[in-house]
Each structure stands twice: as structure tokens, then as C-alpha cells.
Design a binder for this molecule. Sequence first.
Ligand code: ZN
Length: 236
Amino acid sequence: MQTNNCPNAAQVLGKTEEHLYYLSERVAIHHNMKSAFTAVVAAAQSEGIELKIASGFRSFSRQLTLWNNKFSGKTPIKDIAGNVVDIDKLSPLELVHSILLYSALPGASRHHWGCDIDVYAPNLLADGYQLQLEPWEYSEQGPLAKLSAWLVQHAHQFGFYFPYKNYQGGVAEEPWHLSYLPLAQQYQQNIDLKELAKTLQNSSILGKAVIIENLDEIAKRYINNVCAAPSNVILR
Ligand SMILES: [Zn+2]
């Protein structure tokens, strides 16, 4: 299905799939990113890198499950040093901040948009290796160093950049997270905190009251606090 130039609220919030194209049963990307993605995959392939998506589109309800599992203690939460956090010692607001370091608020994940993807290269990993999506794997010493170096040099030629390139006090560094600028800038401009608050209010999110009460602060520190796209990104 074709989508309008202006992303609608449901797309921004992860409440619809009308803008998506399914690459496989579980991986979907934005319809209008298909050709750029195909091009970057082909270019990486010619350098011996099998560029694959670990996580593409994620719906509001999927993000809600991830969130509630962390808030309830079902999934462990790590701090910036990689140590597991003892959530019993945290206030609800501290718990919210601990989760936001690595997991977006449902309704405010860039993965709702379909133009943001987490990538890896299975052909660079040993058989049976379980990808952790941790920065060291993408560092010079890590198994995905070749992918990382190639992306840093070439991703911009296909319209992609790294919104979580550096930790700047909000979301942790994510060297695997690529954003397709021509679409992402439109979605980013259409983030609406009133719509987000309304959606969260009507959801079963854990920590609802403290989240809604602190939504402006959360937006400033996490949702809007992304690395700027470099000026050399080519808009196709
Ligand atoms: Zn991501």
C-alpha cells in the first residue's frame, strides 16, 4: 500500500502496519525504504558482508510487552556499565529511567516507523554464535568490526545514519541501529506528546502514572535526544 508523504499519528505510534513491506515473516521495513535497503545490502555483499536485519518494525504492542517485562522484573535490566540493576531498590521514576537507557517507551520507539533497523552480518559470526547486540561486538575487537567499519564509511551514501552513535545522557550507544533519514526526519517531526500521552493512558503500560507525569522530561532526555544526521547523508 502506498503511504502519504506525511506520516500519520498511528504510524508514528506503532499502531498500524499500512506503511510496511515484509522482507520475511518476522522482518518488516517501511515500504518507501525498500530500494535504499536493497542497494545498501548489495553494496555490503560486494565487500563480503551479509547485511541482515536483526530487528526492523516493532509494533506498539510488542514494545509494550518488552517494557512491561522489564518493569515487572521478568527481563533483567542492565546499567550503562553492563551490570544487572536491582530494581527493588529503585523508585518507579528511577526504574523508568533505567529501562529507557536501552528500551524505548512504547509509542515512542523509532522501530515503530519502519525506517529504523538493527543490523548485523551472520556471515561474520561463528556457527552457533548468539548475537547480544552489545557495543563490543561492533567494536574493533568484536566479531562485527568489519560490518561496523563499512557502515561508518558507506551507510550515508544510501541515506542511512546512526541516531544512537554516541551516548549523550539518554539512550545508550547503539552501533547497530540505522535510520533512513528521508523518512525518519518526517516521523521525528511528527512526534506528538499529547497523542503519546493519550495512547499510554489507554494502554496497560506499567508505571503509567509516573511516565505520563514526567513525559516532557522523558521526551527531552530520550525521545528527542538523538544524534544529528551528518550533513553528508545522501537523500535519495
Ligand atoms: Zn534499534
